[in-house]
Design a protein around this ligand. Structure first.
Ligand SMILES: [Zn+2]
Length: 133
């Protein structure tokens, strides 16, 4: 006997409910907190046949590095790398060079340098206008 429209609708609803109950397939779960999967679709595009070690391996791992300013050993965590390459769209060949504290100081220093430079430029322009006017 052919199914009635009502039966078919009931089956559809049941299937939909079953699907809603089972969780969506999740993106690859972190392997551990110090090794995270690389989501290549999120990376800033780059023209190269190969890529850095983490790219080829497909996971980020904690990396030890020496800060160029304070010369201390620090860890560039897998989590921080994932953020840097996938959210902040950092260049894939980028590497950690400064620790968190030193890069904050460096940012302040650069902002101050920009401010001084802009101020100097404004003064120079004002002087030029005075001379012309
Ligand atoms: Zn440092």
């Amino acid at each position: 006997m052919p199914k009635s429209g009502k039966q078919r609708r009931a089956e559809l609803v049941a299937r939909r409910k079953a699907r809603a109950a089972s969780p969506e397939p999740r993106p690859a779960a972190p392997i551990s907190d110090d090794e995270l999967p690389v989501d290549r679709a999120q990376l800033k595009p780059f023209n190269s046949y190969s890529g850095p070690e983490w790219f080829v391996r497909g996971t980020y791992r904690d990396v030890e590095f020496r800060c160029r300013d304070c010369r201390q050993e620090h860890t560039w965590t897998a989590r921080a790398q994932k953020w840097y390459f996938e959210e902040a769209k950092g260049v894939v060949w980028g590497q950690a060079s400064r620790c968190r504290d030193c890069s904050a100081k460096e940012q302040l220093r650069r902002a101050e340098a920009r401010r001084v430079w802009a101020e100097g430029l404004a003064k120079k322009r004002a002087r030029q206008q005075e001379e012309q006017g």
